[in-house]
Design a protein around this ligand. Structure first.
Ligand code: NAD
Length: 498
């Protein structure tokens, strides 16, 4: 059986704790590898090693740091197919979807290549007599990222790309369910010329995470995962004075106005609701048609499309989606479907019984569609994270606007309409972090920032874009007087710029 260790000091090293977790191949249901789970002591050793390496990297000029990232882009593109194959086999998503996962990560690396410009400070000449003021951005030191299973390439790159570009050393604790791609990315960074110790992958579970949170030499932690863990990480990281940005779960609504192009809307819902088996933080999980006629037209078109979804293996290029990540994930999602039925929602399409011929042990389930879901139901309030779309019928626009605004989660939302007034009003008023107008998954491009509100995000800066540079650097402001010979006498009140 293949074992996956850690990537520390520029090479893969064996785990020493004696603890391992199974890494499954979701499409067959078989265990394909064992990943080492780091002990507290192993994490501490990695941090000390990273801290030593960071000094020289932080003093390397930003052009040189950018060149490493440029070379990494070239190498990742060279190995694109290999990365996508590993990703699909560990996560379960299809190969074309895995390529998108990699691509959206590489776009943030492209953004981070602009670091010489992005890290520039500000300068004011003559802020007072002979006084100039300037600011500079400096690396934090050692920083960490704790990432979820559902984007094993993209989210690690969203974290380590900007952090390393800024001159930090990085400890990545990826999901123990699909650690293969993060290990490959770290090896590519070394091949690209990154000094050993600057990007480390320390695999593990709660023990490794807690070791990160309690380590005073780690200055910032970026987390992505479920909301209860996001909140836990945010609070515990703050106790050692770390910066923390922790992104959590989601319940993304799509509002369908009566004037929406129904064919386009249904295409969007099918892709965004069921792509990647619904295991995306920006998946649409609630559709809100406005008015009875809109709801009936929507259901008429949606039902046959959900019934005809093509579920396949991760390596079947014609599949709409593949298996879920684990058997536990399938059981959890099916349990939510049972709950929805008990709560009184109408199960219009039932995919629970789906079996994949020849892959009976794989973690598959078919698409499910609920109608007449109401806002007091658990299937509405909680994140299901599977191929299940709930339709909540709204009487009017105001009721539709209130649903995502009042929901505990606030990651993404979309409105489908041809009415510019309605779209503009919705974008301004809705209490959610990322908004799509006739765009179902409004994941901002790399040079904007990504982040949800309410229970979807703890902390005050977003991921990637300009916020990532702010998060991974500290600002120093210098006030200088030249010539130093200007005589003003001693001042006892607070100095003013005269
Ligand atoms: P998860 O919260 O189970 O795990 C995320 C990370 O936390 C993993 O590295 C895991 O090892 C670690 N972890 C898990 N339990 C822990 C504990 N008790 N103590 C300390 N660390 C722990 O999430 P997941 O199942 O891997 O990912 C799916 C979740 O991530 C969904 O809720 C999804 O919405 C969310 N997500 C959010 C975003 C976003 O940007 N908001 C993006 C992707 C995924």
């Amino acid at each position: 059986m293949r074992t996956i260790g850690h990537f520390i000091g520029g090479r893969e090293v064996e785990g020493k704790s004696g603890c391992f977790a199974d890494v499954f191949e979701p499409m067959t249901g078989e265990v394909q590898a064992k990943v080492a789970l780091a002990s507290k002591a192993e994490m501490r050793a990695a941090v000390l090693n990273a801290a030593e390496a960071q000094v020289a990297w932080g003093n390397t000029n930003p052009q040189r740091r950018a060149r490493v990232l440029m070379k990494f882009l070239e190498l990742a593109n060279r190995d694109y197919d290999k990365l996508a194959d590993c990703l699909a086999r560990e996560h379960g998503k299809t190969v074309p979807d895995a390529k998108g996962d990699i691509q959206r990560g590489l776009e943030v690396i492209e953004f981070a290549c602009g670091i010489p410009h992005l890290m520039k400070g500000e300068y004011t000449e003559g802020a007072g007599p002979g006084i100039d003021i300037y600011s500079m951005r400096q690396a934090l030191g050692v920083v960490a990222g704790i990432t979820p299973f559902n984007f094993p390439a993209m989210i690690p790159m969203w974290k380590f790309g900007p952090a390393i570009a800024c001159g930090n050393a990085f400890i990545l604790k990826p999901s123990e369910r699909d650690p293969g791609v993060p290990m490959m990315l770290a090896a590519l960074m070394i091949e690209a010329g990154l000094p050993p110790g600057i990007l480390n992958v320390v695999n593990g579970d709660k023990e490794a995470v807690d070791a990160i949170l309690d380590d005073e030499d780690i200055k910032a932690v970026g987390f992505v995962g479920s909301s209860p863990i996001a909140q836990y990480i945010y609070e515990r990281a703050a106790a050692t004075g770390k910066r923390a940005q922790c992104f959590g779960g989601a319940k993304n609504h799509a509002i369908i106005m009566p004037d929406a192009d129904m064919d386009q809307t249904v295409d969007a819902l099918i892709g965004a609701g069921y792509g990647s088996a619904g295991e995306r933080c920006m998946a649409i999980s609630v559709a809100v048609p406005v008015g009875k006629t809109t709801a009936d037209r929507l259901m008429e078109k949606l039902i046959p499309r959900v019934e005809s979804l093509k579920i396949g293996t991760s390596v079947d290029p014609s599949a709409d989606f593949g298996p879920l990540v684990t058997k536990e994930a399938v059981d959890r999602v099916k349990n939510y479907v049972d709950i929805g039925i008990k709560e009184g929602a109408t199960l219009a399409v039932d995919g629970r019984g789906f079996k994949m011929q020849g892959y009976e042990n794989g973690f598959y389930m078919g698409g499910c569609l609920f109608d007449n879901v109401t806002k007091d139901m658990r299937i509405y309030k909680e994140e299901i994270f599977g191929p299940v779309l709930s339709v909540v019928r709204a009487h009017d626009y105001e009721e539709a606007l209130a649903l995502p605004s009042d929901h505990d989660y606030g990651n993404g939302v979309a409105i489908f309409t041809r009415d510019g007034d309605a779209a503009r009003d919705f974008a301004a008023k809705v209490n959610v972090g990322m908004v799509g107008i006739n765009v179902p998954i409004p994941v901002p491009i790399a040079y904007y920032t990504f982040g949800g509100w309410k229970k979807s995000g703890f902390g005050d800066l977003n991921q990637h874009g300009p916020d990532s540079i702010r998060f991974y650097t500290k600002t120093k402001t210098v006030t200088a007087r030249w010539p130093s010979g200007v005589k003003e006498g001693a001042e006892f009140s607070i100095p003013l710029m005269k």
